[in-house]
Design a protein around this ligand. Structure first.
Ligand code: HCA
Ligand code: CU
Length: 464
């Protein structure tokens, strides 16, 4: 079984608009370690004081995962990584003609010298060393082999085949990795696949099949431009499609993904494979009927496997089985004839609007059955008004709050308050927790809360 190196904290932090705090990085490192990741790439220590602070802190945590620093082939940067106490260092220097000539303005010979010097230094200081020929997939093959073998000769124990601009296709990458492996001295091989054409996961799987033994991932696939191989997609594809017994705690995947959504402010498309909102949501009558009889009919694996739940949508496409299962949930019995009437009413509303809430279904059921079916707990709705500290960038706070449990709507406003939030929660205890949580976001100066007594112009109650 190939290993995983997760680089959410290095490549992921290179995503436009993303910056993690030291605390967020510590928390994510611990989650990834608990999940079972073998190597965590933690960043370039020379990029900023906070990155350096985090690296020095995380190495002391004694995680099971190896901590990998990432540096350019610059002596000072390697020295800094050594000084931070990382287990491994990854040294990268581009090898394609376009990078060497136009970006680095460096000859091929000088590039080899720099790589050899940096690898040797790190090795002499007791670190395990990876060398990454950046843009490897657009590099002249003979030169690629020459510089990698020089790095291995100097002590590198891993080579990362970087598809830096994501131009590979699975069959081509398979052949390339295989040929690289046969031409290199014995060494571990990583694959680092960018997702510019949406092929990162497929290419990574092909690379492993060809003999690489470590895949680079990020949570939610974040990274430069359109990111790299998504952790959840890769791991679940390996487990389900390749039928591999994995040692990772797959049940943590949804939770890890949601945490990264929250701290990046980058929210997933509902259509995102594996962890997207729709991954286990069933809509048409034919599908919901099938899933209610046997989930395997329309689910390639169970939602429980990644720690999430199935959702059945009730709208104008809905069939009898789905409506019946919703009514069963509330202990409401309806005859076949009554059920058909209820569905007829649901289809009527469904033509007018996109979302039908559970309370709508219950209202309809009550009308059709002629009695008060259930009393729905109304919960607590409130408007929270937030003031921020003067120097704070409002959007960065909004991003952190937007995804918290119970937050339904968020507005950045003019006037005395900076942010207005509409929240909907089960009870006052939950409301208190949310307020505490919001108050702990750096930059939030004060909150004031207005509990909603009545709502007009929208549907009251929980959504489906
Ligand atoms: C970058 C470098 C890198 C390095 C990958 C690796 C790439 O472009 O910032 O070290 O394996 O994609 O080439 O992320
Ligand atoms: Cu990259």
């Amino acid at each position: 079984m190939a290993k995983i190196l997760d680089t959410t904290l290095r490549e992921g932090e290179q995503t436009a608009g993303v910056s993690f705090t030291v605390e967020e990085k510590m928390k994510l490192s611990k989650m990834l370690d608990e999940f079972g990741i073998e190597m965590i790439e933690v960043g370039h220590p020379n990029v900023s004081p906070k990155i350096e602070e985090f690296i020095r802190k995380v190495v002391k945590e004694d995680l099971n995962a190896d901590i990998v620093g990432h540096v350019r082939a610059v002596r000072g940067e390697v020295e800094m990584a050594v000084d931070c106490g990382v287990d491994r260092v990854a040294i990268f220097l581009a090898t394609s003609n376009i990078h060497l000539k136009d970006k680095l303005k460096m000859t091929k010979e000088v590039a080899i010298e720099k790589v050899v010097d940096c690898v040797q230094y790190a090795k002499d200081h007791g670190l395990k060393v990876r060398y990454t020929p950046e843009d490897a997939t657009r590099t002249d093959f003979d030169y690629l082999i020459e510089i990698c073998n020089a790095a291995i000769g100097a002590g590198a124990d891993r080579i990362s085949v970087a598809d830096t601009v994501g131009v590979m296709q699975p069959h081509i990458f398979y052949d390339l990795v295989k040929t690289i492996k046969t031409n290199l001295r014995p060494v571990g091989i990583d694959v680092h696949c960018h997702n510019d054409f949406g092929l990162a996961v497929a290419n990574s799987m092909a690379g492993i099949r060809a003999g690489a033994d470590c895949v680079h991932t990020t949570v939610n696939g974040i990274g430069e431009r359109t990111g790299i191989t998504d952790l959840s997609q890769y791991v679940v594809a390996k487990s389900v499609l390749d039928n591999e017994k994995l040692k990772y705690d797959l049940k943590m995947l949804k939770q890890i993904s949601s945490y990264v959504e929250k701290i990046t402010g980058i929210y997933l498309s509902p259509l995102m494979p594996i962890v997207g909102e729709n991954a286990f949501t069933h809509k048409s009558g034919v599908h919901t009927d099938g899933v209610l009889k046997n989930p395997n009919t329309y689910e390639p694996f169970s939602p429980e496997m990644i720690g999430t739940e199935r959702k059945i949508i009730v709208d104008k496409f809905t069939g009898r089985k789905a409506v019946k299962s919703k009514l069963d949930k509330y202990g409401i019995e309806a005859s076949d004839e009554e059920l058909l009437k209820i569905i007829h009413e649901i289809k009527k509303i469904g033509d007018e609007r996109k979302i039908i809430h559970e309370t709508d279904i219950l209202d309809i059921a009550e009308k059709v059955l002629g009695f008060k079916a259930v009393t729905i707990p109304t919960g607590v709705d409130a408007v929270l008004l937030l003031r921020l500290e003067a120097h704070v960038y409002t959007t960065s706070v909004s991003r952190k709050i937007k995804n918290m449990h119970g937050v339904e709507k968020l507005y950045e406003t003019s006037g005395d308050d900076d942010i207005a939030i509409y929240v909907s929660l089960k009870n006052v205890a939950e409301l208190n927790n949310l307020i505490e949580h919001i108050r702990s976001v750096p930059g939030v100066l004060s909150t004031s809360t207005r509990v909603v007594l009545k709502k007009y112009g929208e549907i009251n109650g929980n959504s489906c």
